[in-house]
Ligand binder design. Structure first.
Ligand code: ATP
Ligand code: MG
Length: 271
């Protein structure tokens, strides 16, 4: 598999009122074309920072990021981004929201109309294209946001906890939909999540970050058949991956079985 993204020795230090905050790195990571890679790690370890760096939306202190052999030194236009909240504009219907991406890029809306409808159909929103965001559930809104991120056919999609704000059952369904969408579109995806089972269900590889400053603690290849049906999710191999990832977090002291006192909490780095 050809690499789409090369991250070499990248480090980010934010300047803040309380002084410099070393948020991330140095990290080295290559991501292949069409690969689905999840980033999991403790809160504040620099996951969102990494996505912003890859998207060219933040400057970095040292190292280099290349996408398709080109140095990232300005905001990237050939990417799709999905955040935790759908960020749809309320005065446009669903189809209008998806096509907004096209209009903002100065492309011809008419040329993308059919594609927008097909994408909406593929996530079960065919009947809702003329509805407004306030008429949709949170899960439906997020599905529309997936379509908006994919309409201009970017090779790379950055997703920052896109399922994090959803209730458990909707989230479960959207994981399945997202895998399906990925299997059809074959985009390269960098997916940030706090959920270990979610990372196993969706990814080709799971990258585990250490507490801040985030560095790569482990990279785990998920060798499970796709689509990751209920049978796959209930398999012992799946559980084994969840267990392996959980153990890494327990070793960091981020997850533990015993109840701890408030004093100890500050020691394990809750911000
Ligand atoms: N603009 C900023 N100025 C100063 N510090 C920042 C800024 N943005 C983020 N940070 C700090 O950098 C660190 C990494 O932040 P980041 O948002 O990347 O973490 P994260 O892993 O995405 O966390 P979470 O899981 O809670 O979303 C945090 O300690 C955060 O407080
Ligand atoms: Mg974040």
């Amino acid at each position: 598999m050809k690499d789409l993204i090369q991250i070499e020795g990248v480090k980010k230090i934010y300047q803040s009122k309380v002084g410099p905050i070393h948020a991330l790195g140095p990290i080295d990571l290559n991501i292949g074309e069409g690969e689905f890679v999840s980033i999991v790690g403790p809160s504040g370890c620099g996951k969102s920072t990494l996505l912003l760096l890859v998207g060219g939306l933040l400057e970095y202190e040292s190292g280099k990021i290349h996408i398709n052999g080109k140095l990232v030194n300005k905001p990237q236009t050939d990417i799709g981004i999905v955040f935790q909240t759908p960020v749809l504009v309320d005065w446009r219907d669903v189809l209008g929201n998806v096509l907004l991406q096209i209009e903002m890029r100065g492309l011809k809306k008419e040329a993308y109309l059919e594609k927008a409808k097909n994408l909406l159909r593929s996530v079960g929103l065919a009947e809702f294209e003329k509805r407004y965001p306030f008429e949709l559930s949170g899960g439906m809104q997020q599905r529309a946001a997936f379509c908006r991120a994919l309409i201009h056919d970017p090779p790379l999609v950055l997703m920052d906890e896109p399922l994090g704000a959803l209730d458990a059952i909707t989230r479960e369904q959207l994981r399945v939909d997202l895998e399906q969408l990925w299997l059809v579109t074959k985009k390269t995806v960098i997916f940030v999540t706090h959920s270990i089972p979610e990372s196993v269900q969706l990814s080709d590889r799971v990258v585990v970050f250490t507490p801040r400053p985030g560095q790569i603690a482990e990279v785990i290849e998920i060798d499970l058949p796709r689509p990751r049906t209920i049978a796959v999710r209930e398999s012992s191999a799946f559980q084994q991956y969840v267990h392996q990832l959980t153990s890494i977090f327990m070793n960091f002291g981020i997850l533990r079985d015993t109840v701890i006192s408030t004093d100890q909490k500050s020691v394990v780095g809750e911000e």
